[in-house]
Design a binder for this molecule. Structure first.
Ligand code: BES
Ligand code: MN
Length: 449
């Protein structure tokens, strides 16, 4: 490794050490410290107006810009997030003590998304150091609430603030299809996330004395859940999939050319014994272009060590739906709420409460921002850039389109086995270095007109 690379890693470690878990109230101070850290990095590379944008009760947004390229050059808006998912589960080395193993850096947020925010900043730094200026105008908007729905940035993007003026957004928060294969993500699923609250009575009951006569909130919750999706993976919410727009023949054909082996995918990524999902659709379509519904956790009753014979009167199900083109979060939310009511057994009350939502997005590929990004990555990785979709959600992409009318260029440098949201999250160091090269080259190409 070169001295420059070692220096980069040392700096990235400083960023990864901050436990900026946005969903955990006890980490609110760390999230703020992380925002300050990002502002410091942006200012240190020569960007101007580096500031935290605050809103009461929300995690700060970090903004900075450099607009010295001139009005005839495009303005790009870099987007990423400095918040991370919780770090529960079994880690080989602690989540916030970054460690290097086999060419990877392991830490919560390594790929999602601190490593990728870092590479954006370092690409700008490289050009700034070399030329004393940048080939295009740039703005940075780095948020601290992406993993919890992004309310603060949503309000800011809707506000019409002049700092949002840009021709395209560069979003680094997705994955490459395979190691060494340069990838642009051109579609994301939307999401509706919330809880189903179930109540079967006023108090827990002795399961021997009342079992057979009293309703059970957890049994009811399970009944509701199985009514929403059948054993084959078909969603049973009335009308839910009616509007879904299938991928075009050209996009399907491009997916068919991607290197993919289902058995390997099962073994190396899913790490289970069988794939599931809607019959009649292949894995790409099931994960990129079909909606789905998952349960994330069920709370209620007795979950401690040992046994307790109780009929629980309360249960909460954490649940989300992923949405695709042709669906909207508002309609899907209403449909789910109604389906929960319809499936609720007698004597029980159930209610769906939505936390946050994001619309699905599809980006157009016939513009210079996409074309030059594909070209820059082709040059750096030495292979043709592939266009894929992702099943994940990045709420801001739909909002940039809706409020700013700008395309998002999703240049992602994560890998499918980076363990996003799971223990042992990592970022491949070669992707960090190539990512910086590709991003710097992209800015040069954008400035070349
Ligand atoms: N970076 C991910 C989304 C992603 C992952 C896109 C892999 C493409 C490939 C992002 O940080 C994320 O996890 N988003 C959440 C959004 C939600 C909490 C609103 C998601 O998809 O669950
Ligand atoms: Mn992310």
């Amino acid at each position: 490794m070169t001295g420059t690379q070692e220096q980069l890693i040392a700096e990235l470690i400083g960023f990864l050490r901050i436990p900026s878990v946005s969903t955990a109230p006890e980490h609110a101070g760390d999230v703020r410290r992380c925002a300050e850290h990002v502002r410091g990095m942006l200012a240190a590379v020569g960007l101007q107006n580096a500031t935290l944008i605050e809103a009461k009760g929300r995690h700060p947004l970090v903004y900075a810009d450099w607009l010295g390229a001139g009005a005839d050059k495009p303005t790009v808006l870099f987007y990423g997030h400095y918040d991370v998912q919780p770090a529960d589960g079994e880690w080989v080395t602690p989540a916030f003590e970054p460690a290097i193993r086999n060419g990877n850096i392991y830490a919560r947020g390594a790929a999602d998304d601190k490593g990728q925010v870092f590479l954006q900043i370092k690409a700008v730094e490289r050009l700034m150091r070399r030329d004393g200026r940048l080939p295009v105008n740039v703005r940075f908007l780095i948020e601290g609430e992406e993993e919890v729905g992004g309310e603060h940035i949503e309000a800011f993007v809707a506000s019409g603030d002049p700092r949002l003026q840009a021709d395209a957004a560069i979003v680094c928060d997705t994955e490459m299809f395979a190691p060494g294969l340069p990838t642009l993500c051109v579609g994301l699923r939307g999401i509706v996330y919330g809880e189903i609250h179930v109540r079967s009575g006023e108090t827990d009951l002795h399961s021997g004395v009342y079992g057979g006569a009293a309703p059970n909130a957890i049994m009811a919750a399970c009944e509701i859940v199985v009514a929403l999706k059948d054993r084959d993976g078909r969603i049973r919410i009335p009308g839910f999939t009616d509007g879904v727009i299938p991928p075009s023949a050209a996009e399907r054909a491009a997916w068919d050319r991607l290197p993919f082996n289902e058995a390997e995918y099962l073994e190396k990524e899913v790490k289970s014994r069988a794939l599931t999902g809607e019959p009649g659709y292949d894995v790409f379509e099931r994960t990129w272009a079909r909606p789905t519904l998952e349960v994330h956790g069920i709370r209620g009753g007795f979950t401690g060590e040992g046994a307790k014979t109780v009929i629980p009167c309360e249960a909460v199900v954490k649940i989300s739906m992923r949405l695709v083109a042709g669906q909207t979060a508002a309609v899907a939310t209403r449909q789910l709420a109604e389906a929960v009511q319809a499936a609720c057994p007698k004597g029980v009350e159930a209610e769906f409460r939505a936390f946050h939502a994001a619309e699905p997005s599809l980006v157009r590929t016939d513009n210079v921002f996409i074309e030059k990004s594909a070209e820059a990555m082709r040059e750096v990785f030495g292979k043709d850039t592939v266009y894929i979709r992702s099943g994940g959600s990045i709420p801001i992409v739909g909002l940039f389109e809706e409020h700013l009318r700008i395309p998002s260029v999703m240049m992602g440098f994560g890998l499918p086995d980076d363990n996003l949201h799971a223990p042992n999250e990592k970022f491949h160091l070669a992707n960090l270095f190539h990512g910086i090269d590709a991003m710097a080259r992209y800015l040069e190409l954008l400035g070349n007109d």
